[in-house]
Design a binder for this molecule. Structure first.
Ligand SMILES: [Fe+2]
Ligand SMILES: [Fe+2]
Length: 300
């Protein structure tokens, strides 16, 4: 049976893995806290979504309702651990700024096809949707742990790592549960195998699109603008470049068509420390841009 894993972030800069992204995230305390708060929000929201699912199932199949109620209990505990962690760190536990991965995912869901009128299709679709987001969670949490193992072992970093290390094995359990359930449905008949495969493909595609829209804060449309600015700056003497970029980068980032998430983060980073913004954000982009051939660059 087809096994669908979340793909890496694909952009004109090439694939950026969760490890690449988290390696950058843990270097900036504010972005680190925002990322943790996004985890918290997702865990908390999944309690609500899984409760909705139980209500829609309305008691059938009972075994699935039982599994889901346990699942909600796990997710509630994860939200609690992350909320405890964030409040201990004095970090924000408000609704994260901008569009979120989870909202984008919901927006992209095909509500009509996912109506509970056909219970089997509804259950298969729901399981496939849960499964692919749980896989993404595992990928991120394990990359986050890896990044924190490489980072300075401050009291705060150790605390964050210990919290994520408590959550990850339970998320892996959720993935195994989803795999098992989907395999059981697929074993019913060739027709069901096809249904399951289609649901897996569909939700993997939806998840990937949601992820690319809402999750990654280091790449996106602004990159192309920044790329153009860097091209111009590269024609100037070295000493003139920081000034040129410092004057124009905010505009490149704050263009209205760009996502609010990244804008909020860029704005904050900028207002906090323009010098660090240039020094820390720009290398993120330069690393990717330098890998492109002139022909690829022309396409940006
Ligand atoms: Fe969780
Ligand atoms: Fe989970």
């Amino acid at each position: 049976m087809a096994v669908v894993y979340p793909r890496k972030f694909q952009s004109s800069l090439g694939a950026m893995s969760a490890r690449d992204i988290l390696g950058q995230v843990v270097r900036d305390r504010e972005i680190h806290h925002i990322t943790l708060n996004r985890y918290r929000f997702s865990e908390q929201r999944s309690c609500k979504d899984l409760t909705d699912l139980i209500e829609q199932l309305n008691g059938q199949p009972a075994a699935l309702v039982r599994d889901l109620s346990r699942h909600i209990s796990d997710e509630a505990r994860h939200a609690m651990w992350l909320t405890d962690l964030l409040t201990d760190l004095g970090a924000d536990v408000g609704t994260p700024p901008g569009s979120s991965y989870i909202e984008e995912f919901e927006r992209l869901l095909d509500q009509e096809q996912n109506s509970p009128d056909n219970v089997d299709d509804f259950v298969i679709n729901s399981l496939a949707a849960i499964n692919v987001t749980e896989k993404r969670g595992c990928e991120y949490f394990s990359a986050h742990i890896y990044a924190l193992q490489q980072a300075p072992q401050t009291e705060e970093n150790v605390k964050i790592r210990e919290t994520i290390e408590k959550i990850l094995p339970e998320e892996a359990g959720h993935v195994r549960w989803g795999n098992r359930m989907l395999a059981q449905w697929a074993d019913k008949s060739p027709e069901y195998r096809e249904k399951v495969n289609q649901a897996k493909q569909k939700y993997a595609a939806i998840e990937q699109a949601a992820f690319e829209c809402g999750m990654d804060i280091t790449l996106g449309a602004e990159l192309r603008r920044v790329g153009n600015l860097l091209d111009i700056a590269n024609t100037m003497p070295l000493w003139q470049r920081p000034q040129y970029l410092a004057e124009r980068l905010p505009h490149a980032f704050l263009a209205p068509d760009l996502q609010r998430t990244r804008i909020a983060i860029a704005q904050r980073a900028w207002s906090r420390d323009p010098q660090a913004f240039v020094e820390k954000f720009i290398p993120l982009f330069l690393g990717g841009l330098n890998r492109n051939t002139p022909a690829e660059k022309a396409k940006l």
